[in-house]
Design a protein around this ligand. Structure first.
Ligand code: DHB
Ligand code: MG
Length: 222
């Protein structure tokens, strides 16, 4: 057996990405522009972007909510999953990030399918309560607020809504019961909520990809 060293798992991730995801000018340009603009390189890995796209299509999602736009990389993957008339509402706290995302979405040809709402998600989420429910919610913002965002995902969803949470593994630190890192303890509270709150049924998978060792949780609103 090949040992699971960093070199070998990175090679496997590249193999999966090359074999199954392929290359796409708009997505690669979005990452390049995001990096040039000085945004942190914390967009999802290509295999993870494709995962989001497939989940949205498998669930027949027409209305998608994303919390944490960054430069719009995952937003492009989600917008491309939508049928005619579908929408992504994506929330971004940093106006400078939103400006990068707006350009990236336009270049990818999905700008007209996406509403970027600029502001703190905590303040923006309540304004969405009068809209039709969301079919899929992707949470990829500050980890401290994970349980708050999950509560809103349940409130803004409906039975059958798919909820995906990025970064649940945090390089293994999520299993550290003594952690005082607010990002880790915030994610621990979110996962406890997914395990115990009767509105959700959930699991999580560890990921080893271009972004390192992390994980993704997937939940169904029941
Ligand atoms: C961080 C945030 C992310 O959403 C991610 O995918 C990786 C890292 C962070 O804040 O460090
Ligand atoms: Mg993330």
């Amino acid at each position: 057996m090949t040992e699971p060293t960093e070199e070998t798992w990175r090679r496997v991730d590249r193999y999966f990405a090359d074999t199954l995801v392929g290359h796409d000018a708009a997505l690669e340009q979005a990452v390049a522009d995001q990096n040039r603009a000085g945004l942190p390189p914390i967009e999802v890995a290509p295999v993870n972007g494709k995962f989001l796209n497939l989940l949205a299509r498998m669930s027949g999602a027409e209305r998608v909510l994303e919390i944490g736009t960054l430069g719009g990389y995952s937003t492009i993957w989600l917008a491309r999953a939508l049928p005619e008339g579908g929408r992504v509402v994506t929330i971004e706290a940093e106006p400078a990030n939103a400006a990068v995302a707006r350009q990236n979405l336009a270049r990818a040809g999905v700008g007209d399918k996406v509403d970027i709402l600029v502001g703190r998600a905590e303040a923006v989420l309540p304004t969405l309560a009068s809209e039709a429910p969301f079919d899929l919610v992707f949470i990829d913002a500050d980890k401290e607020s994970s349980s708050l965002y999950l509560d809103w995902a349940a409130r803004l969803g409906r039975p059958g809504t798919v909820v995906v949470v990025d970064n649940v593994g945090r390089g293994g630190r999520v299993a550290d019961a003594d952690s005082t890192d607010p990002g880790v303890t915030g994610m621990q509270r979110g996962l406890q909520m997914l395990g115990q709150d009767p509105r959700f049924d959930a699991t999580a998978l560890q990921t080893l990809d271009a972004k390192g060792w992390d994980g993704v949780a997937i939940a169904l609103v029941v």
